[in-house]
Each structure stands twice: as structure tokens, then as C-alpha cells.
Design a protein around this ligand. Structure first.
Ligand SMILES: NC(=O)c1ccc[n+]([C@@H]2O[C@H](COP(=O)([O-])OP(=O)(O)OC[C@H]3O[C@@H](n4cnc5c(N)ncnc54)[C@H](O)[C@@H]3O)[C@@H](O)[C@H]2O)c1
Ligand SMILES: N[C@H](CO)Cc1c[nH]c[nH+]1
Ligand SMILES: [Zn+2]
Length: 434
């Protein structure tokens, strides 16, 4: 039997209990922060040698040199060619869907002309070199290779450097094949904070990148937070999350399995079900108990559901939407007959899966949108990984002689107001009648 937290939004202390459910263990975070700070410092100082030592310690992968942990292009291509035909087709079909979706996100440069002939605009430039973190500690994620690399390729990034831990040296051929399909330039089988440090600072073997993207465990997240500023990052991703709003018309087994689908990622993943139908919540709880022992990762699922899972009775579907906005989940499934009716009220979610046929797993692999999404309530201010994460914007200003007369006057006045003489006189030099 799996014991999930049961809450009712009509309880007087509901908000406090919900807040506790959403909380993390700060003490554990402090220990991780300390470990990660030491690893970053060491890799910055000792480069390849430090990365090799940590890779041996944490991934049980001894190696003579960091160069020997690079997988070359021929090996990537061989992995692709040796895949069973149906697996290769699935990977290529997923890649195609993901590419098509992301091509819609491309930002274009633009300009416009003011009445005085001044041209203003924005120039879009892809990043030169990015680091793609693909998690690999507890499971291998070929889908995350596609989700990281394809938007970068669509954006036109110059060079893609991928890192992926391979515990015990067990290379996942699907991961390598996905890198070949997505057009990754270089792959190193390193992971954790040491891989993030290598990408951020550069070592003799791993080139320094401009930005690091991709999900990972708490060590990866802490490392990304600390190297931000030296390099760009996409987001700080926590454990996976799913929130299901159900009106009771989806078979309970389907919803139980949807909750399992994120619980199986991590002991700290969060799976929550909201429904106004108390009998339906009981039916899903029964389905959970019926299905749990069929799952190969039943222990991870059980721990995750017990630690952070919940079944929450709401007053109605509008109440469920309001609670969902507080939770701001990574994945939100609207397992209801009329999902469009709930959409206007929803403000915070990484991805919204609409209708009972749209399970979150389809989005994880192949629907098209990115599966690297804001977690831990950061959907309040953050968005899915996308092409825009790999493009940067420069402002364009080309002031005409006529425009300089107006702008020179305004700028000089404001500059004198700020006490900045050089700014004022620089603007005044452009005034024809001065
Ligand atoms: N948001 C997404 O798109 C997405 C996709 C896939 C996976 N995920 C999440 O990413 C995470 C993957 O985690 P993972 O652990 O499987 O792989 P990971 O690659 O993130 O972490 C493995 C690395 O962690 C480091 N590490 C482990 N224990 C350590 C210790 N005690 N001290 C220092 N370093 C240590 C090691 O260096 C190891 O290489 C999961 O939480 C999963 O839910 C998210
Ligand atoms: N659900 C994960 C993001 O939270 C992504 C993923 C990859 N493979 C399976 N799932
Ligand atoms: Zn998943």
C-alpha cells in the first residue's frame, strides 16, 4: 500500500499544509552546496586532473585522461547505425517533431524608422558555443539530448558540447545515437558538478562554453547556480513534478500511471492529484495500490509518492485551478472533459497537457514542445527551454542628422541633470546649431 498525503481545500489549515508539501529539505541543500563549492573550486584550479578524480569517485569510471572520455563523431554515428530499426525510427520521428515545434520559436532581427529618419532595431545572434547537460546518474535520457540540442541547432549555435555521466562506463547507445541525430559536435562522458565546472571554466580538454543548459540532479543544479555569471544558464531545475486536475471522467488507472510517470524519475519528484470528486480520489488511490508492484522502479515511485505526493479534494474545478496556480507545477495535466474552459484561469505551469488523451509522457518524448521546464514553482517567472535561450539580442541605433537635433537636446538636458558633463557635451557636439 502507498500512503499519500490526503488534503482537503476546505480544511482551515489547508494553505499551511500545502506550503509544507511544497517545501524542500534545506539541511540537505546546505551539504550539497558545500560539496559543490569545493568541486567547482578544485576543477577551476586543477582542470582535467580534478574532473578525472571526481569522475572516478562519483561515477566509478577511472580513466587515464579526459580525452579518453570523449566520444568521437565516428562512435556517435556507429551508435546510430547499430540501433534496431524501430528504435532509430522512433528517435528520428521524435527529433523531427521537436525540430518542427522549435522552428516556430526562432526570433528574427527587426528594425523600424522614426519620422526623423532614425533607424532603431534589434539584432538576433546565436550563441557561439553552448554546453548541454544530459543527466545520466539514475537513468539515461536520450530524449533530453534531443530537447537540449535541437533548439540550439535551430537557433544556429556555433558549437554544441554535450556532457553526460556514464556510471561505471556503461555507455547508453540511444544517448549517443540521439547526439548524432541532433548534430551535437562533441560529447564527454562526465557529469555532476565537475562537468558543469569543466564547461564553465574550460580545462585543457573541455572547451569553455558561453552558456550551460539542461536538467540534472541537486548537484548539477547547485553547480549551475554557482557558475551563473561566468557563463549563462537556462534555469535551475529541481526534481520532476506533475500536477493532475481531474474531473473524474478519466479511468483511475490512467491517472495513477501518469502520477507514477514523474514519481519514477526521482525519490524527490512530486506527483499531485486535484479533484472535486472524493470518490474519484479514492479510486485513484486504489489504482495506485493495484499497479505499484507491477512497476520495475516501484521503490523509487513509492518513496516519491510517500515523500512528496498528495491527493487533494477541491471544492470545484475553479478551486483546483487556483490551487494549481499556487503550486505552479512543471507539468499540468487537465484530465477533464473541457480543458479549454480551464485555460483562461491558469497562470503558472511549465507545460499544460489538455484532455485525457494527452498524458505527460507524450510531451516527455515526442509531442514537439520541450521537456526541459521550470520546476519548484519557478513557472511563476520562467519558461520552457527554447530556441530563444540560444539566441541573444543586441539593440541597433542609427541616428539621422535630423534625429540628432532632438535627441541631442534631450540627452544633454538629462545628462546635465545627472551631473555627467562628458555625456552632455558628447550629445551637444551632434547639435548642428550649437
Ligand atoms: N527537467 C527535465 O527535463 C529532466 C529530464 C530528465 C531528468 N530530469 C531530472 O534530472 C535528475 C537526474 O538526476 P540523476 O542523478 O539521474 O543524474 P545527473 O546526471 O543529474 O547526476 C549524476 C551526477 O551527480 C553527481 N553526484 C551524485 N552523487 C553525488 C555526491 N554524493 N556528491 C557529489 N556528486 C554526486 C555525480 O557526479 C553524477 O555524475 C532527476 O532529478 C530527474 O528527475 C529532469
Ligand atoms: N519528465 C522529465 C522532465 O521533468 C523528462 C523526461 C525524460 N524522459 C522521461 N521524462
Ligand atoms: Zn518524465
Amino acid at each position: 500500500m502507498v500512503t499519500l498525503t490526503r488534503l482537503d481545500s476546505a480544511q482551515p489549515d489547508f494553505q499551511a499544509r500545502l506550503a509544507r508539501l511544497l517545501q524542500f529539505d534545506d539541511a540537505a541543500d546546505a551539504a550539497i552546496e558545500q560539496t559543490v563549492a569545493a568541486i567547482l573550486h578544485d576543477v577551476k584550479k586543477r582542470g582535467d586532473a580534478a574532473v578525472l578524480e571526481y569522475t572516478e569517485r562519483f561515477d566509478r569510471l577511472p580513466a587515464a585522461s579526459l580525452a579518453s572520455l570523449e566520444i568521437n563523431a565516428a562512435q556517435l554515428q556507429a551508435a546510430l547505425e547499430h540501433l534496431p530499426a524501430d528504435t532509430r525510427q522512433a528517435l528520428e520521428a521524435a527529433a523531427e517533431r521537436v525540430r518542427r515545434y522549435h522552428e516556430k520559436q526562432t526570433l528574427a532581427s527587426w528594425t523600424y524608422t522614426e519620422d526623423d529618419g532614425t533607424v532603431l532595431g534589434q539584432k538576433i545572434t546565436p550563441l557561439d558555443r553552448v554546453g548541454l547537460y544530459v543527466p545520466g546518474g539514475k537513468a539515461a535520457y536520450p530524449s533530453s539530448v534531443l530537447m537540449n540540442a535541437i533548439p540550439a541547432k535551430v537557433a544556429g549555435v556555433g558549437e554544441l558540447i554535450m556532457v553526460v555521466p556514464t556510471p561505471g562506463g556503461d555507455q547508453n547507445q540511444l544517448v549517443l545515437a540521439a547526439a548524432a541525430i541532433a548534430g551535437v559536435d562533441r560529447v564527454f562522458t562526465i557529469g555532476g558538478a565537475q562537468a558543469v565546472a569543466a564547461l564553465a571554466y574550460g580545462t585543457a580538454t573541455v572547451p569553455q562554453v558561453d552558456k550551460i543548459v539542461g536538467p540534472g540532479n541537486a548537484y548539477v543544479a547547485a553547480a549551475k547556480r554557482r557558475v551563473f555569471g561566468t557563463v549563462g544558464i537556462d534555469m535551475i531545475a529541481g526534481p520532476s513534478e506533475i500536477l493532475v486536475i481531474a474531473d473524474g471522467n478519466t479511468p483511475p488507472e490512467w491517472v495513477a500511471m501518469d502520477l507514477f510517470s514523474q514519481a519514477e524519475h526521482d525519490e524527490m519528484a512530486q506527483s499531485i492529484l486535484l479533484s472535486p470528486d472524493a470518490a474519484y480520489l479514492d479510486a485513484v488511490a486504489a489504482a495506485i495500490d493495484k499497479l505499484i508492484d507491477e512497476m520495475p522502479r516501484s521503490e523509487v515511485i513509492r518513496t516519491s509518492l510517500t515523500n512528496r505526493g498528495a491527493l487533494i479534494k477541491t471544492r470545484d474545478l475553479d478551486d483546483a485551478v487556483a490551487i494549481s496556480n499556487t503550486i505552479a507545477p512543471e507539468h499540468l495535466e487537465l484530465s477533464v472533459t473541457d480543458p479549454d474552459a480551464l485555460l483562461p484561469g491558469l497562470r503558472h505551469a511549465g507545460a499544460i497537457f489538455m484532455g485525457k488523451h494527452t498524458c505527460e509522457a507524450l510531451g516527455d518524448y515526442c509531442a514537439g514542445p520541450n521537456h526541459v521546464l521550470p520546476t519548484s514553482r519557478t513557472a511563476r517567472f520562467s519558461s520552457p527551454l527554447g530556441v530563444y535561450d540560444f539566441q541573444k539580442r543586441s539593440s541597433l541605433i542609427n541616428v539621422s542628422q535630423a534625429g540628432a537635433q532632438t535627441l541631442g537636446q534631450i540627452a544633454a538636458t538629462l545628462a546635465y541633470g545627472e551631473g555627467l558633463q562628458a555625456h552632455a557635451r558628447s550629445a551637444e557636439y551632434r547639435l548642428v546649431h550649437k
